[in-house]
Design a protein around this ligand. Structure first.
Ligand code: ADP
Length: 465
């Protein structure tokens, strides 16, 4: 059974890990899809305004005219290639603020709410010639492109769109030594747009918040369900074990009185016994004692197995020193024949505590009786009472002790520590359970401290009022 539960737990954990991976994979996929859809939407918006806004054309035309003029100068050897772009930054500077304003307004018009930075870059300018092309500018790598218009941002996490390539054929007149001439230039310009969105991860995540929350809730629910199932399985197993133990214990307890009763009734049937008044009296006394014992056993099971909510206390103000003295004195008489030292260390002053005398006595006696039951000779039992906000009663013995693994369970119903040497001691595992219920009914607490072979210590805390 233990092995089965362990296997079940391992299988469930493996299942959960597998499920987490699948879930993680699906969430990641959804995230990627959302991200792509989001980027696609943004690209579409940019494409829409870039192609439909005539305001931009005047800016592009101005820049285009500057480039054409430079190309003409270059072709006429009036401008060296390395000076081609000199001064173009001033043109860009004068147009750029207008450009940024225009595209930001365009985003507002298109109801794009997330912050987008946009820029147009010049990638290459090539003069096309039938003999040999002449490259004025060529920046094949993304990072090397020449900045033209828009806001500046790193291209590391930017997205490139609208890669446009236009070939233009121009014809310009110029003066050569006072003579008007015409020059023809065919050139190709490659432009590339880039955009960068800050915080798009959050945007993409925002789109899937509901999916995330639902899957997280389902996941927690499944884990909870699994935890609950395994826990109830373990509890069921524990209950089954405890019940089996209890049946074994009670059978063991019933055996002796029943066997004695059977023997005694057989003896009663014998003439020599029934005719002898002394023997008859002895046998009847034995029957009486054994029925008494059986009755006590039944009472113990019936009375001691009730929960603290069912205990009806009749509280009164009791002088705790006096009550403990009486309990210890009576107990001393009961154990008189045995070599037991009983130490007491009571309160320095008389204090009244509100408690039910009958139940409280039963609780203390259960612990004292256990100290005798689970003893090693010579046995010393010590009871001390102190006030430390609450009333604290400590009962210590130097008996067999309770192994650590049992300490958490000894207050459970029918629980008995099943170590070999303890097994010989009779009991139903109800004494400490009942004691705990009584202390709980008084709104107090009880705990055990012990280690195997080193005796046991029971600490009871009771509120003073
Ligand atoms: P029972 O004595 O009938 O078994 P209890 O509820 O009184 O039932 O005790 C539960 C278990 O706690 C016992 O079986 C025993 O193993 C352990 N125990 C209780 N008191 C002591 C003690 N003073 N020393 C060692 N073990 C103890």
């Amino acid at each position: 059974m233990k092995k089965k539960i362990r296997l079940l737990i391992i299988a469930s954990i493996i299942g959960l890990i597998g499920l987490s991976f699948v879930q993680g994979y699906l969430i990641n996929n959804t995230y990627k899809l959302n991200k792509d859809a989001f980027l696609e939407d943004t690209k579409r918006s940019i494409f829409r305004f870039d192609n439909n806004r005539p305001d931009f054309d005047s800016i592009y035309d101005t820049i285009g005219e500057h480039i054409v003029q430079r190309l003409v100068d270059y072709k006429l050897n009036r401008l060296p290639k390395d000076k081609f772009f000199e001064g173009l930054d001033k043109v860009q500077d004068s147009l750029n603020n207008r450009f940024i304003e225009l595209y930001q307004n365009a985003f507002i018009d298109l109801e794009v709410s997330h912050p987008i930075k946009f820029q147009k870059r010049l990638k290459s300018i090539i003069i096309l010639d039938s003999i040999a092309n002449d490259t004025i500018l060529f920046r094949p790598k993304k990072t090397e492109t020449l900045f033209m218009l828009g806001e500046s941002f790193s291209l590391e996490n930017a997205y490139g769109i609208n890669n446009s390539q236009t070939t233009t054929d121009i014809e310009r007149s110029y003066l050569d030594n006072g003579e008007s001439k015409i020059i023809n230039i065919e050139f190709q310009v490659v432009m590339q747009d880039y955009f960068s969105i800050s915080g798009w991860e959050t945007k993409a995540l925002n789109r899937m918040v509901s999916t995330l929350v639902i899957s997280l809730l389902i996941f927690i629910f499944v884990i909870g369900l699994l935890y609950y199932s395994i826990e109830s399985l373990i509890t069921q197993k524990k209950i089954a074990e405890v019940k089996t133990d209890f049946i074994n214990n009670i059978t063991h307890e019933l055996k002796t009185p029943l066997a004695t009763l059977a023997l005694s009734t057989k003896m009663l049937k014998r003439k020599e016994i029934s005719s002898n008044p002394i023997q008859l009296k002895n046998t009847v006394n034995t029957i009486d004692r054994q029925t008494d014992r059986l009755q006590k056993l039944v009472d113990e099971v019936l009375n001691n197995s009730i929960g603290y909510k069912d205990i009806k206390l009749e509280k009164e103000l009791i002088n705790i020193n006096e009550l403990l003295m009486t309990i210890l004195d009576d107990f001393q008489i009961a154990i008189e024949q045995r070599a037991i030292v009983l130490n007491r260390d009571l309160l320095n002053e008389d204090i009244l505590v509100n408690l039910d005398q009958f139940y409280f006595t039963t609780a203390i006696l259960n612990i004292l009786e256990n100290a005798v039951k689970y003893n090693t000779e010579p046995l010393t039992i010590s009871l001390s009472a102190k006030i430390h906000q609450d009333l604290i009663i400590t009962i210590t013995d130097n008996g067999v002790g309770i192994p650590k693994k049992h300490q958490m369970s000894i207050f459970e119903k029918f629980y008995r520590a099943s170590e070999k040497e303890i097994h010989n001691v009779k009991g139903l595992g109800l004494g400490l359970y009942y004691t705990n219920q009584i202390i709980k009914a008084h709104k107090g607490s009880i705990e055990a401290e012990s280690s195997e072979g080193k005796g046991a210590k029971f600490i009871i805390k009771l509120p003073l009022s």
